[in-house]
Design a binder for this molecule. Structure first.
Ligand SMILES: Cc1cc2nc3c(=O)[nH]c(=O)nc-3n(C[C@H](O)[C@H](O)[C@H](O)COP(=O)(O)OP(=O)(O)OC[C@H]3O[C@@H](n4cnc5c(N)ncnc54)[C@H](O)[C@@H]3O)c2cc1C
Length: 517
């Protein structure tokens, strides 16, 4: 490579983590951040196996609207997604959730979740008692936490399963009825294996203190759960919602990013799978399938792997064997969503909040429900509301429950609508339905996850120009994925700055233009 040539970074995987990495690499953030003016701005190519960008962010036209089929919201409390939206000049398009509250199926009936839950842990005794989600015995067992003297959990315990910690202090009822549906639901997993350090660090911290776990987690007594702050441009006269989406749906973030990236000079190879990665004296060679213009091998100075764990494991192979083994062993849960339009008149009971969750232990005719949750899409997102119908999304599948995979789309739709009909009275069938399957979508953060991720970090740090991003590492939510993408990009750029000391640095004025396409 001649000294004047800009280095090339290949971002493998065009999901939200990969796109965020590409955005950071092209320097399109308008110069935000430390040392922005000194950044080396490489050429960037995003290589995506599918014929579309976005990964688990996807939408489709349905019943006259654009409906998200994967992620439909992002958490407002974390700054990464709202910052990105701001950089894309799209803050005015943020839309907040139109209603609040969620219900829980308990003993076959829907009951609103009580106020004061911290990721499923109740902190208000009387609100919990009134909600009826726990039996009297379960509620009394929980009260033990207040009165029984508790020693602090040993500091030497760096991680435990969320379910273990909660069951020991508050009883199994709280785990099965509340914490599993809420924390497990985020990962489509189960709290008996999910790592507290990775998924609920405030719980582990509280467990390390003496006394009542509930008191330690109570937001009225601690700053454990800080209130969401409104992002720039979103108007500050009303309290910010807990979740945001965008006009056009959460997946419209993908199109906005693509537009900004193209304006900044990034290129895309869609429908191209990366088969292998080899190290060269000056960087990396990427094997593409299919080859483009007969070129099967693409030389790159840097690589961000923003692919799911198993693909990343296969690509890392002999370069980082310990990381590859760790990643290959990450379990994944498969889910599907059934999107349904029902006549408004068919729904014979009032709907409250954004929907309901179905705990694992709820059963219908002696078998656990297929449905794990229901989102009232047209109540949650006012832009989706139309006279005449109600849009809902029924979710199925979680770790240990793959029954949906044995049903074809028609059978699955019939089964979930039949279950819905036992939970809420419905007077007629659906106007339109659609099934979307997400195989192996949710990586499971088993106990010890963060330590394993630290091992990966250590091994990858010895491979200059390579970095990893995505839902596998430090959070499955959109903001966390964006965060890992940007961090991976920054790490690759630092390596390139060392290996290309003579190259010119980025130009802030050019960045500002592309940051506001
Ligand atoms: C149904 C559902 C609902 C969800 N709801 C929410 C929500 O409301 N809020 C929220 O914050 N999160 C939600 N999530 C989680 C969130 O959407 C994901 O964790 C996140 O989008 C993952 O992004 P990613 O970039 O890490 O991975 P992905 O989106 O999986 O992207 C990885 C990309 O890599 C590509 N790829 C794979 N192999 C190769 C290869 N060899 N070569 C090239 N490309 C390759 C894939 O095709 C894919 O596009 C939801 C997820 C699902 C499935």
């Amino acid at each position: 490579m001649t000294p004047a040539t800009r280095p090339l970074v290949a971002v493998v995987g065009g999901g939200i983590a990969g796109l965020a990495a590409a955005w950071e690499l092209v320097g399109a953030s308008g110069g935000a951040g430390e040392g922005a003016g000194d950044r080396l701005t490489p050429d960037v190519v995003v290589i995506e196996a599918e014929g579309r960008l976005g990964g688990k962010l996807q939408s489709m036209p349905f019943a006259g609207r654009t409906v998200d089929l994967g992620a439909d919201a992002f958490l407002a409390r974390r700054p990464e997604a709202t910052r990105l939206v701001d950089e894309l000049g799209a803050s005015d398009d943020l839309v907040g959730v139109g209603t609040s509250g969620t219900s829980l199926l308990a003993g076959g009936a829907l009951r609103p979740l009580p106020d004061g839950l911290v990721l499923g842990i109740p902190t208000r005794w009387w609100a919990l008692a009134r909600s009826g989600v726990l039996s009297r015995r379960e509620w009394l067992r929980m009260g033990y936490d207040l009165v029984a003297p508790r020693a602090a959990g040993p500091r030497t315990t760096t991680d435990r399963a969320v379910g273990d910690l909660v069951a020991g202090r508050l009883g199994r009822g709280v785990v099965d009825r509340l914490v599993d549906p809420l924390v497990g639901g985020i990962h489509a997993g189960g709290v008996d294996t999910l790592s507290a350090a990775a998924t609920f660090p405030a719980l582990l911290e509280a467990w390390h203190q003496p006394g009542s776990l509930v008191r330690r987690l109570d937001p009225r007594r601690t700053a454990a759960v800080s209130p969401p702050s409104p992002p720039a441009g979103a108007g500050s006269d009303r309290p910010a919602p807990v979740f945001w989406s965008l006009a056009g749906g959460t997946a419209s973030l993908v199109g906005r990013l693509e537009q900004g990236l193209r304006a900044a000079g990034a290129t895309f190879r869609l429908g191209t799978r990366v088969r292998a990665l080899s190290r060269t004296a000056s960087g990396w060679t990427i094997e593409l399938d299919p080859a483009e213009d007969d070129e099967r091998y693409l030389p790159a100075d840097g690589v961000v792997l923003a692919t799911p764990a198993r693909t990343t494991a296969a690509l890392l192979g002999r370069h980082a064997p310990r990381s590859a083994r760790i990643l290959a062993a990450v379990e994944h849960a498969s889910v599907a969503v059934v999107t349904v339009s029902l006549p408004s008149s068919a729904w014979l009971a009032p709907r409250t909040g954004t929907g309901f969750l179905v705990p694992r232990r709820e059963a219908i005719r002696g078998r656990p429900y297929l449905v794990t949750g229901c989102t009232y899409l047209s109540d949650k997102w006012p832009l989706l509301a139309r006279d005449g119908d109600v849009l809902v999304r029924l979710s199925v599948g979680r770790l240990g429950d793959r029954r949906h995979e044995e049903l074809d789309d028609d059978e699955l739709t019939t089964a979930v609508l039949a279950e819905l009909g036992t939970i809420v009275p419905l007077s007629s069938g659906a106007i339109a339905t659609s099934v979307t399957r997400w195989a192996g979508a949710f990586p499971q953060y088993a106990v010890g996850h963060l330590e394993r991720m630290a091992t990966i970090d250590g091994e990858i740090a010895d491979l200059p120009g390579l970095a990893l991003a995505g839902a596998t590492y430090r959070g499955v939510g959109i903001p966390a994925c964006i965060g890992t993408g940007r961090e991976a990009a920054a790490a690759v750029r630092r390596d390139l700055a060392r290996s290309h000391p003579g190259l010119p640095r980025s130009d802030r004025s050019r960045q500002s233009e592309v940051g506001r396409p």
